[in-house]
Every structure is written in C-alpha cells, then in structure tokens.
Design a protein. Structure first.
Length: 86
C-alpha cells in the first residue's frame, strides 16, 4: 500500500482512510470521501487514471491470488493426511 493508491478527484476530499486486517498477509481499506463541489464537464476527466500508470496493477488479481493460496494450503494438508494415513 502507498498513498498514491488513494483515488483523487477535483470534486472530492478525503475524509478517512481506514485499514481492516483480515489475516497475517491481507487487509482491506475503507476510503471515505466527501463531495466538496459540483462537477463541471472537465472535472469528470480528472478522476480517470491513465491505465499505463495505475498503482492498482498488482491488486487486480487479488481474488485469484488469494484463493490459489488456499488451494496450495489445502493440497499440502491433503498430502500430509495421506502420509499420516488419515
């Protein structure tokens, strides 16, 4: 996580940034923003990030990475059970 990951928009102001730890290697954030002005036509474009410079690139496959880790742990447990004769 780094500060660059917080969304930015000309019409919004950051109110809070809270982290909830889910496990020893995962957490999630609740980002609360407040609307400080009405959007103008060009303001909408200010919040659209350039996909080539996205700080979120590594997070896009979180679900797949998380569940593949569970599958690896499950496979290890199955292997141990086979070795132990259970």
């Amino acid at each position: 996580y780094c500060e660059e990951m917080i969304p930015h928009h000309a019409c919004l102001q950051l109110v809070s940034n809270c982290e909830q730890t889910l496990s020893s290697h995962t957490s999630r954030r609740l980002i609360t923003m407040e609307k400080i002005k009405e959007p103008k036509e060009l303001d909408g474009l200010a919040g659209v990030p350039d996909p080539r410079c996205s700080p979120y690139h590594g997070h896009n496959a979180f679900r797949e990475k998380y569940f593949s880790g569970l599958n690896k742990r499950s496979s290890k447990e199955d292997t141990r059970a086979d070795v132990d004769g259970k």
